[in-house]
Design a protein around this ligand. Structure first.
Ligand code: PRP
Length: 181
C-alpha cells in the first residue's frame, strides 16, 4: 500500500469484479443498440477504459474536459467546457461514465448540456457515489459502489493531480492534505 494511504476502500479485485458486472449489465440493458460512451477528463478515464472493455456491444468513445469554478475542493456548479465532444450526439444512445458523484453539480450540468443536443437517450454510470447530504438529486442508472464522505484517491481519483495511478481506491492520510494547507 502507498505510504500516503491510510486504508484501502476498494481493492484492485473489488474494482475489477464490480466494473465487469456493470459492463455486463449495461450490455444486457442495451442489447441491439450501439452506444456512445462519454467520459469526463481526467478522473474518469481509467474507469471508462476498463468499463468499455466489459461492454460487449458496438460502441464509440468520446471525451469532454470541464472545469468547475470553486474553492478547489468543492465544486460550485458553475462549469465551463475546456474540451467539447468531437462529434454530434444527436439521435445517439449516450452513456456518461463518471468516476465519482460527490455534490452532483458536474453531472447535473453535463446532463443538462448534453440533453439539449437531442440524443436518443442519456444515462449515467458512475463508479462511486459519495454518501453526502449536499447531493443534487440525479437519475444515475448504474452505480458501482456507495462510498463514505472521505478524501479518497486512486483508480483515477487524485489529490493535487497525484495518486491517479494507484490500482485501488484508498483513503488519503489526513496529514498529507493537512500539510499542504
Ligand atoms: C471530479 C470527478 C467529477 C467531479 C464530481 O472531477 O471526476 O467529475 O469531480 O464532483 P461533483 O459531483 O461535486 O461535481 P475533478 O473536477 O476533480 O477533475 P478531475 O476529473 O480532473 O480529477
Amino acid at each position: 500500500m502507498h505510504k500516503d494511504v491510510e486504508r484501502i476502500l476498494f481493492s484492485e479485485e473489488d474494482l475489477c469484479k464490480r466494473v465487469r458486472e456493470m459492463g455486463h449489465e449495461i450490455a444486457t440493458d442495451h442489447a441491439g443498440q450501439s452506444l456512445l460512451v462519454i467520459s469526463v477528463l481526467r478522473g474518469a478515464a481509467i474507469f471508462m477504459a476498463d468499463l468499455v472493455r466489459e461492454i460487449n456491444l458496438p460502441l464509440e468513445m468520446d471525451y469532454m474536459a470541464v472545469s468547475s469554478y470553486g474553492s478547489g475542493v468543492k465544486s460550485s456548479g458553475i462549469v465551463s467546457i475546456q474540451k467539447d465532444l468531437s462529434s454530434s450526439i444527436e439521435g445517439r444512445h449516450v452513456l456518461i461514465a463518471e468516476d465519482i458523484l460527490d455534490s452532483g453539480l458536474t453531472l447535473s450540468y453535463l446532463i443538462r448540456n448534453l440533453s439539449s443536443r437531442n440524443p436518443a437517450s442519456i444515462e449515467v454510470a458512475t463508479l462511486l457515489r459519495k454518501r453526502t447530504r449536499q447531493q443534487v438529486k440525479l437519475d444515475c442508472r448504474y452505480v458501482g459502489f456507495e462510498c463514505p464522505d472521505e478524501f479518497i484517491v486512486g483508480y483515477g481519483l487524485d489529490y493535487a493531480e497525484r495518486y491517479r495511478n494507484l490500482p485501488y481506491i484508498g483513503v488519503l492520510k489526513p496529514e498529507v492534505y493537512a500539510s499542504a494547507n
